[in-house]
Design a protein around this ligand. Structure first.
Ligand code: ATP
Length: 309
C-alpha cells in the first residue's frame, strides 16, 4: 500500500452567530464557514501501530508545541473511527505537516481530522466497492467535532445546529485575505464561557442567530466591500476580553487599509479582507512593519476541502 497524502484548508468564519446557552451546554450557531488557502497536509502510511508525528510545513513558522501526538490528536481519533467502521486495525503512521496556526480559531485540528478520515478511508477501503461514501465520512466527521464536516467539504457553507449541518453557499469570484497570528492560542471552550459570562452580566435575552441576508448577497455578488461590511463574529467581544491586545491588531489592520476586520472564530488570529491580491500583499507588508502580529499570512478563498494529492 502506498502512502496517501491529503491537503486540507483552514477556515475563517464570515458570520459566527451564537445563540443562547442550551441545557446540554452547547449553543445553536449560524456559522458561515469559508475555506482559505492555508493548508495542512496529512500523510497516512501503513505501520505496526497508530503513530502520529507533527511538524511545521516547510517555510511555515507555525508553533507546533501544543499539538498532542497521542490520542488527544483529533487525527488519531479520526483514524480509529475509520478503522472501527471498516473492521480494520488502526495500523497507520500519520505525518501532519502544519501551516494552519495552532489554537488560532482557524480549525486546524478539525482540518487534520478531516484529512485523516479521507486518507485512512483511501488507505483501507476497497476502491472497487467502497464501504464509506462521502456522506459517511461527513457523518464520521460530525462525531469528531462540529468543524470537521466543513473541512471535508470546503468552499463556503452555512452551518446550523452546532455548526455541523451544512448548506453550500453561492459565491462569485475569489476573496483575498490577510491573517495576523498571535503568540499563544485561545481555548475555544474558554472563549464560549467568556461569551456566556459577558451576556449573563449584561442581562436580557440572547436572540436565536439568523443567517445574514446581506452577507449571502455579498458572497453571491463577489462584492468584497459589501462582504466586509457584513462580517460578524459573536465571539469577538469574548476573545477581545480575554486578549485585549487584539483590539490594537484589528485597529491597525483597518488603519492600514483593510476593507474589513474581525477575529477569526474563537481567535486569536485576526482576519482582514482586502480588495484584491495586491491589496492583501500590501496590507500584510504594512502589518509586518507595524509589528503588531506574530506573523502575517495571505490567503484566498473559497478553496476546496480535503483533497487527496
Ligand atoms: P477551532 O477554530 O475549531 O476552535 P482552533 O483553530 O482554535 O480550533 P486548533 O488548532 O484546532 O484550534 O487546536 C485546538 C487544540 O486542539 C490545540 O491546542 C491542541 O491541544 C488540540 N489538537 C488536537 N489535535 C490537533 C491537531 N491535529 N492540530 C492542532 N491542534 C490539535
Amino acid at each position: 500500500m502506498n502512502p496517501v497524502s491529503v491537503r486540507v484548508p483552514a477556515k475563517v468564519n464570515l458570520q459566527l452567530g451564537v445563540g443562547p446557552l442550551r441545557d446540554d451546554g452547547y449553543h445553536d450557531l449560524v456559522n458561515v464557514f469559508h475555506a482559505v488557502s492555508l493548508f495542512d497536509e496529512v500523510t497516512a502510511e501503513p505501520a505496526d501501530e497508530l503513530r502520529i508525528t507533527v511538524e511545521a510545513a516547510p517555510g511555515s513558522r507555525v508553533a507546533i508545541g501544543g499539538v498532542p501526538t497521542g490520542d488527544g490528536n483529533l487525527a488519531a481519533r479520526a483514524a480509529r473511527l475509520v478503522a472501527e467502521r471498516l473492521g480494520a486495525a488502526p495500523r497507520v503512521a500519520l505525518r501532519i505537516r502544519k501551516a494552519i496556526p495552532v489554537a488560532g480559531g482557524m480549525a486546524g485540528g478539525s482540518a487534520d481530522a478531516a484529512a485523516a478520515l479521507l486518507a485512512c478511508a483511501r488507505l483501507w477501503d476497497d476502491p472497487a466497492a467502497p464501504a464509506l461514501a462521502p456522506a459517511d465520512l461527513l457523518n464520521l466527521g460530525a462525531r469528531l467535532g462540529s468543524d470537521v464536516p466543513f473541512a471535508l467539504l470546503g468552499g463556503t457553507a452555512v452551518g446550523t445546529g452546532r455548526g455541523e449541518r451544512l448548506t453550500a453557499a453561492t459565491v462569485h469570484g475569489t476573496f483575498h485575505w490577510v491573517f495576523a497570528t498571535a503568540d499563544g492560542g485561545l481555548s475555544t471552550p474558554a472563549v464560549y464561557a467568556e461569551c456566556d459570562r459577558i451576556r449573563a452580566a449584561r442581562g436580557g435575552g440572547v436572540p436565536e442567530p439568523r443567517e445574514s441576508g446581506a452577507l449571502m448577497a455579498a458572497l453571491a455578488a463577489g462584492d468584497a466591500e459589501a462582504l466586509s461590511a457584513a462580517l460578524t463574529n459573536d465571539l469577538q467581544p469574548a476573545a477581545l476580553a480575554l486578549r485585549p491586545s487584539l483590539r490594537g491588531v484589528l485597529d491597525a489592520g483597518r488603519d492600514l487599509g483593510a476593507l474589513g476586520a474581525l477575529v477569526s472564530g474563537s481567535g486569536p488570529t485576526c482576519a482582514f479582507l482586502a480588495a484584491d491580491a495586491a491589496g492583501a500583499a500590501g496590507l500584510a507588508d504594512a502589518l509586518d512593519r507595524a509589528g503588531v502580529a506574530a506573523q502575517t499570512l495571505t490567503a484566498h478563498g473559497p478553496v476546496p476541502g480535503a483533497t487527496v494529492i
